[in-house]
Design a protein around this ligand. Structure first.
Ligand code: ATR
Length: 485
């Protein structure tokens, strides 16, 4: 079930949140601690105003809520609200024999016994779940994994506590995020969503239902994902998930915030992950776990796509092809023979190797000259300092691989004095904003432009092919653009 947490401060606001989200959710949670005091007396009427089951909750501050009164007054408020037709009431697991509990039992309102941990995981989490369940209540553990290993513990709940039918288990924060999406694989009966997040990691109900289709996950669903650190703002779920839906492939693609690649591969075996995209800083870290790699991965020393092949993990690099594809015609007909690559980091490695493999003459310019030299020696390219950019104004192709110009640094240009000419192709890897300061100058000079967002989409489409064995659905391609420019 997808549960909408109503975060409004009035009943009217909550009704409009409910209406906006009605089609995406199966039940709602009324948070009376978030209501203005004047609206709290109306809470008992709320369940009759909506056509879904409602959870009644009054969260105190120590559990991430807004209720500031005494425990006695909180108990009295819950008790009076229970005159209404609530399906569930959430009572924290340390609140003993309250009047609200008695009234809930009398009125046959199911009790959710919750525990919140915003800094870690209770060491006895499995025991707590079984103990609450033994009393006939629904255990709820909202905890904060601090590592992939903690996330593994959450995913173990499903098998270890298979006997507990109804339970709510969720990981908050970055490490916990996959447990919100894959709630069925954690064994949780529901996942919480909100228009305005009221707990770390909550997303909108629409995203949960339409992008992730979290409620359709079953035992046969293939799990894919992206691993990185940070990773939660990755655009890749917006490429892969609609693609799966477009070809009716029973699969889901989830961002995994990963501290240790080693732990991640343990998780991947445990929950049978079928493949992942790999992003910064793990593109090199995954190499020791790969049983098979392509020529590009070996050459570049960097892998951005991992798929499960029979008994091993296979690594490919779709950045390489996503980058070079739109240049091949121009390289073939000799319109592009020389290139200036700005930057000598991870992204530059794929770029320089791709250009060198296709016979381009490359000069790498970088702020740190040693890094430029090292990459140049390896790839048989030339190198120079970033300050000497204007010496290379005659090249056919300029590729910008650094983070200079990327939001929030969008006022900066890595080569402010460089004069472009209209014969040149200018390729910007940064995709937020679409027109960086440098690219806007190149546009004014009439250059041919290649955008970071298009490269991101190309490499994503290639990953989709590795993941599914099918082409990315053509009709979805035009929807894959960021809302800007
Ligand atoms: P990525 O994998 O995105 O390439 P990276 O490996 O950290 O990330 O490389 C970042 C690149 O951006 C490097 O070339 C870096 O230059 P240095 O090697 O001199 O650090 C470049 N870069 C980052 N910030 C920069 C800045 N403010 N000015 C110039 N170059 C910058």
């Amino acid at each position: 079930m997808i549960c909408l947490v109503l975060s409004g401060s009035t009943i009217e606001e909550n009704i409009s949140q409910f209406k906006r989200n009605r089609e995406y959710v199966d039940l709602v949670e009324l948070r009376i601690d978030l209501l203005h005091e004047s609206s709290r007396s109306l809470a008992s009427k709320f369940p009759d105003m909506v056509d879904l089951p409602v959870i009644l909750t009054c969260r105190r501050q120590s559990d991430g809520g807004k209720y500031v009164g005494s425990e006695k007054s909180r108990g009295a408020l819950l008790e009076s609200c229970l005159d209404g037709n609530f399906a569930y009431v959430d009572i924290e697991d340390d609140v003993k024999r309250s009047a609200a509990e008695l009234k809930a039992r009398e009125r046959k309102v199911r009790i959710i016994r919750s525990r919140h941990d915003f800094t870690g995981m209770p060491s006895d989490i499995f025991h707590r779940i079984s103990k609450i369940a033994a009393k006939g209540d629904i255990p709820k553990m909202a905890v904060t994994p601090q590592s992939v290993l903690d996330l593994i513990t959450l995913f173990r709940v499903k098998t270890e506590l298979a006997a507990v039918g109804e339970k709510i288990v969720l990981g908050m924060g970055d490490f916990g995020f996959p447990s919100r999406i894959l709630y069925k694989r954690v064994g949780s009966m529901l996942t919480y969503c909100a228009d305005t997040p009221v707990a770390p990691g909550q997303i909108s109900a629409q995203k949960m239902k339409e992008l992730y289709r979290a409620d359709t996950v079953d035992d046969r669903t293939h799990i894919f994902g992206v691993i990185g650190n940070p990773v939660l703002h990755s655009f890749s779920p917006e490429i892969q998930n609609p693609g799966f839906k477009g070809i009716n492939f029973n699969a889901i693609y989830v961002p995994f915030h990963v501290d240790s690649v080693r732990s991640f591969f343990i998780l991947a075996e445990m929950i049978k992950i079928s493949g992942v995209s790999v992003t910064v800083p793990h593109k090199q870290n995954v190499l020791p776990y790969l049983g098979k790699i392509t020529r590009e991965v070996k050459q570049i020393g960097s892998c951005n796509t991992v798929v499960r092949a029979k008994n091993l993990w296979m690594g490919t690099n779709t950045d390489y092809y996503g980058f070079v594809d739109p240049l091949l015609v121009e390289i073939d007909n000799k319109n592009i023979q020389s290139a200036l690559v700005i930057g000598a980091g991870g992204a530059a490695r794929s770029v320089v190797w791709a250009l060198r493999n296709h016979g381009c003459k490359v000069t790498i310019i970088n702020r740190n000259l040693d890094r430029a030299r090292n990459l140049a020696l390896e790839t048989m390219a030339a190198f120079d300092s970033l300050d000497n950019a204007t010496k290379y104004e005659h090249v056919d192709l300029i590729v910008q691989t650094t983070s200079v110009g990327m939001v929030p640094d969008s006022d900066n240009d890595p080569i402010p004095d460089f004069k472009f000419n209209k014969q040149q192709t200018v390729y910007e890897l940064v995709y937020r904003p679409k027109y960086t300061k440098m690219l806007a100058r190149a546009r004014e000079s009439g250059c041919k432009l290649l955008f970071g967002i298009d490269m991101l989409i190309r490499q994503g489409k290639l990953q989709f092919e590795s993941f599914t064995g099918y082409h990315y659905p053509k009709r979805l391609e035009q929807t894959l653009h960021l809302e800007e420019d």
